[in-house]
Ligand binder design. Structure first.
Ligand code: ADP
Ligand code: TRP
Length: 330
């Protein structure tokens, strides 16, 4: 039997190339070797997204992105977290087995506290209980579906390790009820650079969205920071932000050919950027059409998510009944 891989995606904005290369593409590739589970972590996003219509739009954008990029809902399980009430029941159960100290050490909470302290504010200023208990909900997401591996970025490793630890504690008390998961970290696409060369992130406002029409894409690519070398000068592809993105989409031959043109001189930044645009259009053009189709037919997304929720709840009810049984609640 194949192992189960599970990953959650927060609907916090419009997905960008960093999300695609760092999270979406590697997670979709797992379909070859794993039984895959993908879900939209909408209640996790609620710690920050607290406007109903923004949340709704974000959920549709994230769902359409995954579907357009190749998530096949027949092959992988695909649902929305908020459609699975058992997750919230399990989250409470797990919180009763989670030392409070774990939450104090959870990095998202700790970062926020450090920032507050640095600003001379109350340490818990603007910390809601959702942010504080975030890892317990994530434990429930993972343990509910018996995930063996959880593909995530490095920043999420600690959370998956909490899930692991809680599963072990729970099993020690009640027997082999929960599957002990492991994080699966993709090192090679760890930090996709953004327009300014820093890690591409919504919080740095340096993103290139995955699906842009040609004109907007050209404008975005135009903003990628390059050095002041003239057209004639030979250039180093390995220190260039344009090339860094190019090589993640191009074939090996295309990559070698462009690297040679960089080194030979005579290639201006405008030329390099046009090459990047061409390869992005080639790789993502068809998916872009599908993305916009889905966004203007959200009823298709509703149907897919309802189908996924129905399938997922068969499993979540199963896990929850095992858990309730050993807890002695009936
Ligand atoms: P953002 O920083 O834009 O808010 P998220 O935190 O929502 O992005 O990230 C969602 C997923 O995409 C995570 O798994 C994260 O590791 C991955 N990811 C985001 N930005 C990058 C990047 N620049 N390089 C590689 N992976 C990224
Ligand atoms: N916390 C993850 C993030 O910020 C999203 C997430 C929620 C998740 N539940 C999960 C990831 C379960 C993997 C498994 O990106």
């Amino acid at each position: 039997m194949k192992q189960i891989s599970l990953t959650g995606i927060k609907p916090t904005g419009t997905p960008h190339l960093g999300n695609y290369l760092g999270a979406i593409r590697p997670a979709l590739d797992l379909v070859k070797n794993f039984e895959t589970v993908y879900f939209i972590a909408d209640y996790h996003a609620l710690t920050t997204v607290q406007d109903g219509s923004t949340m709704r739009d974000n959920i549709y954008k994230v769902a359409a992105t995954w579907l357009a990029l190749g998530l096949n809902p027949e092959e992988g399980l695909f649902y929305k977290q908020s459609d699975i009430p058992e997750i919230f029941e399990l989250s409470w159960v797990l919180s009763c087995f989670t030392p409070k100290g774990f939450m104090n050490r959870a990095h998202a909470y700790k970062d926020k506290v450090n920032k507050n302290v640095a600003l001379g504010e109350d340490p818990d200023s603007n910390v809601n209980m959702g942010l504080y208990c975030y890892p317990c909900l994530m434990d429930a997401d993972i343990l509910m579906f018996n995930a063996n591996v959880v593909p995530v970025g490095k920043d999420q490793k600690q959370h998956v390790e909490f899930a692991r630890d809680i599963a072990i504690r729970f099993n020690k008390k009640y027997g082999e009820i929960l599957t002990v998961p492991e994080p699966l970290i993709q090192e090679e696409t760890d930090v996709i650079p953004g327009l300014d060369g820093r890690k591409m992130s919504k919080s740095y406002d340096n993103t290139i969205e995955i699906f842009l029409d040609s004109k907007s894409l050209k404008k975005k690519i135009g903003k990628i920071v390059t050095n002041a070398q003239s057209i004639e000068e030979p250039k180093d592809p390995d220190t260039c932000n344009v090339f860094a993105l190019y090589k993640l989409f191009a074939t090996r031959e295309q990559t070698t050919a462009l690297a040679e043109r960089y080194r030979a001189g005579g290639l201006g930044w405008g030329h390099a950027k046009a090459e990047l645009q061409a390869v992005l259009e080639e790789r993502l053009g068809a998916a872009r059409d599908q993305y916009f189709h889905l966004l203007s037919h959200t009823e298709e997304i509703d149907k897919i998510l309802a189908y996924g929720a129905e399938k997922a709840r068969i499993r979540s009810k199963e896990t929850m009944s095992r858990v309730r049984e050993v807890l002695g609640v009936f």
